[in-house]
Design a protein around this ligand. Structure first.
Ligand SMILES: NC(=O)c1ccc[n+]([C@@H]2O[C@H](COP(=O)([O-])OP(=O)(O)OC[C@H]3O[C@@H](n4cnc5c(N)ncnc54)[C@H](OP(=O)(O)O)[C@@H]3O)[C@@H](O)[C@H]2O)c1
Length: 321
């Protein structure tokens, strides 16, 4: 079973909606986030297929856990993701036990078809066997199908891509692509985008880091590739360099109401996914209150081009953190 097999034919959503309307036994594990739960969910199309996915997912580079209390907390977060109408989970081989944790927890939660799973090949070191490299992701995630397989930071791009293409032809992988999160790799990333038939790229982009919008995202639009945005808040553990540090203790400007945003996280995420070339953002999320906040950004109105410029002007005038 894959995400598309049930949910994006809309059967799953319809079934859930009908069941909920009939008061059927789909007990919510998490509360709705204020008024936002009543606002329409925003989905965006994957250009190569037309399939639509929810525009806010989660990143899991901090899912390298083993303690039962940590596993239980992350199980609630992953269950909450689907309950809130989200679907996309991004992981990678290099995030310690993250792939295995997701595999174990999704087996406990059930409903594989409610999740769109994205993972990546190894980063650094020689790749001895490309077929084994791909198979390892299936083994660790304990799934038959992977929704999106990315080459991580372009590592061994030309060696791995034929195997990625083969896995897609076999139907084991639904979409393929590559990721980076550093400006220094943009040129090589764009060369790869011109060389290979990618469905997705993953790249860093945020209100405080807009370099990808200059050439990388426009090239993805031109080549009809979906764009998944990593480090939307500037990256985990950035302290005073994080995006949030710039706006700490500042009230939301009046225009936040016009886009149904009730937190700075929602403003930052809505700014990102309102770029016409962006498909989905994957904020790293290990806490339930953050999940609910971020999923609320995936509902309601997004800024138009004029408000996007106003947000940029506001941001650029802020004092450094
Ligand atoms: N080259 C690549 O392919 C690449 C590179 C980097 C990252 N990535 C992917 O991108 C994902 C995101 O990057 P990231 O996790 O490093 O950075 P990030 O998404 O920019 O920031 C994550 C940090 O923000 C916090 N946070 C999340 N939602 C929040 C909210 N609503 N309010 C306040 N704080 C909030 C998280 O806290 P909690 O954990 O406590 O919820 C975490 O400390 C990664 O997890 C990974 O999947 C890919």
């Amino acid at each position: 079973m894959t995400y598309a097999a049930a949910s994006l034919s809309r059967r799953s959503y319809l079934k859930l909606g009908a069941a909920a309307a009939a008061g059927a036994a789909i007990a919510p594990l998490v509360p709705a986030f204020g008024q936002s739960a009543t606002l329409p969910r925003i989905t965006k199309p994957i250009p190569s297929s037309g399939e639509r996915i929810p525009c806010i997912g989660i990143g899991t580079n901090a899912y390298n856990v083993t303690a039962p209390e940590d596993m239980a907390r992350l199980q609630q977060v992953l269950a909450g993701l689907a309950e809130q109408g989200g679907a996309v989970i991004d992981t990678a081989r290099v995030y310690g036990r993250s792939e295995e944790v997701i595999g174990e927890l999704l087996q406990k939660i059930g409903g594989r078809d409610r999740y769109f799973i994205s993972t990546k090949s190894s980063i650094g070191g020689p790749i001895a066997d490309p077929a084994r490299e791909v198979q390892t992701a299936f083994d660790r995630l304990k799934v038959d199908t992977i929704d999106l397989l990315l080459i991580h930071n372009l590592h061994a791009l030309d060696q791995l891509m034929p195997e990625f293409i083969r896995a897609k032809e076999q139907g084991r992988v639904r979409y393929i692509g590559m990721s980076t999160s550093v400006d220094g790799q943009y040129e090589a990333q764009m060369a790869g985008m011109r060389r290979y038939p990618l469905d997705f790229i993953q790249v860093d982009y945020s209100i405080s880091n807009r370099g990808a919008a200059e050439a990388v995202i426009p090239l993805a639009q031109e080549r009809k590739m979906a764009v998944m945005i990593n480090v939307p808040f500037g990256g985990r553990g950035q302290g005073s360099a994080s995006t949030f540090a710039r706006v700490a203790n500042r009230p939301l400007p009046d225009w936040a109401k016009d886009i149904d945003a009730t937190s700075w996280a929602q403003v930052c995420l809505k700014y990102i996914v309102s770029h016409p070339g962006v498909t989905v953002a994957i904020p790293g999320t290990t806490q339930m209150d953050h999940l609910l906040d971020n999923q609320a950004a995936g509902r309601g109105r997004l800024p138009d081009a004029a408000l996007r410029r106003e947000i940029e002007t506001y941001w650029d005038a802020l004092p450094a953190a």
